[in-house]
Ligand binder design. Structure first.
Ligand code: G3I
Length: 333
């Protein structure tokens, strides 16, 4: 509809406004997406298992469609993601006989994957989530126990960033994670990126996923994380923003608020978050929502099957919510 102001237009000159999309959503809602967003991330279709399901088979059809849509509409494109413990096919870590592959073999496969995928979009994808969610989330441990760590060793992150930079020196290379404002995890992420930078590793940014909810994390905790990460001299992207109506800590999934209060809570939440992002615009270059509208949120039925969730500024019919207007207002102060 023409009367709703463009979200990315309102933030022009402040930071990019992005959305995670699939070929389904761009086919169904392309006009709406182009009107409000000037950056895209493939929600799933550039992940290892989707784009390189077998050692000698790549499938670029979906990723190409998303990249072409972004280019047609002059949008930035974020690559998600090269190295992750999830959605990476088992063959990457195994020899033909099923035994664990050697460090050299896994690195050779990573070099082939990154070379082929990053090479295809060289100069078209401006930022890559090179490594996603490598820090142990719950316990006091440092690096998450993953097959990457097991087969390559502790330096798999440094290797991944160096390989990525060799392939596309023009791309900004990001470390991306969630629960990124939790004080204990925040310090581990800081320690990791600090150590990578001290080793001369080409890390250019930290992706703060921003999977938050109606009551948390507290805005001051978000502020402290932004300040800590920015102090490393890297760029910040908010990469997967949504505000769930359900709480995840200790797997409790009680609805956080009575339904009639939810809209007001969501509006207040987005207002305070975008006021903070605007305050740190010198460090933040991009804010991406994990979905263009509630119609495409991954949170539907998660963590409570069958329970709707309303985490984004546009509803299931793509209509702007009161939260949309409060986000827009923060661009104008
Ligand atoms: O494509 C298959 C389809 O063929 C099959 O019929 C269907 C039913 O099994 O599954 C489909 O794959 C699903 C895929 O999403 C595409 O819809 C997977 O099962 C499902 O696990 C996958 O979930 C994705 C999730 O990552 C797990 O990888 C979500 O859509 C996606 O929003 C979510 O995104 C992650 C970020 O990449 C990293 N940060 C956390 C964020 C939320 O978990």
């Amino acid at each position: 509809d023409t009367k709703t102001p463009s979200l990315h237009g309102a933030y022009a000159g402040i930071f990019n406004i992005g959305a995670a999309v699939s070929t389904r959503t761009i086919r169904r809602e392309g006009g709406f997406i182009a009107a409000h967003y000037n950056s895209l991330t493939a929600e799933n279709q550039m992940k290892f298992e989707e784009i390189h399901p077998e050692e000698n088979r790549y499938d670029f059809a979906a990723a190409d469609e998303i990249a072409e849509f972004a280019e047609k509409h002059g949008m930035a494109l974020r690559g998600h993601t090269l190295v992750w413990h999830n959605q990476t096919p088992d063959w990457v870590f195994e020899e033909k006989d099923g035994s664990p592959a050697s460090r050299e073999k896994v690195l050779e496969r990573l070099r082939d994957h990154a070379g082929t995928v990053m090479g295809r979009y060289k100069g078209r994808i401006s930022a890559w989530d090179v490594v996603n969610e490598a820090i142990e989330d719950k316990s006091g441990a440092y690096l998450r126990e993953t097959k990457w760590l097991e087969t390559v060793g502790e330096d798999y992150l440094e290797q991944a960033f160096r390989i990525a930079h060799e392939i596309d020196p023009s791309a900004q290379l990001f470390y991306n994670d969630y629960n990124e404002t939790d004080p204990a995890k925040r310090d581990k992420i800081h320690r990791l990126v600090r150590s990578l930078l001290d080793a001369g590793t080409p890390v250019h940014g930290i992706g703060m996923q921003g999977h938050w909810n109606l009551y948390g994390p507290p805005i001051e905790e978000i502020r402290e994380a932004i300040e800590l990460y920015a102090s490393l001299g890297v760029r910040l992207h908010i990469t997967e923003l949504d505000i769930s109506a359900f709480r995840f800590d200790d797997r409790r999934t009680d609805l956080l608020a009575p339904t009639n209060e939810m809209e007001e809570l969501l509006t207040r939440r987005y207002e305070e978050i975008f006021r903070l992002f605007r305050e740190y615009r010198s460090a933040i270059d991009s804010v991406t929502f994990w979905g263009a509208a509630d119609s495409g949120t991954w949170l539907d039925g998660f963590p409570v099957r069958g329970r709707l969730n309303w985490p984004l500024p546009f509803d299931r019919e793509l209509k702007p919510k009161p939260a949309f207007w409060s986000i827009l207002d923060q661009a104008r102060v």
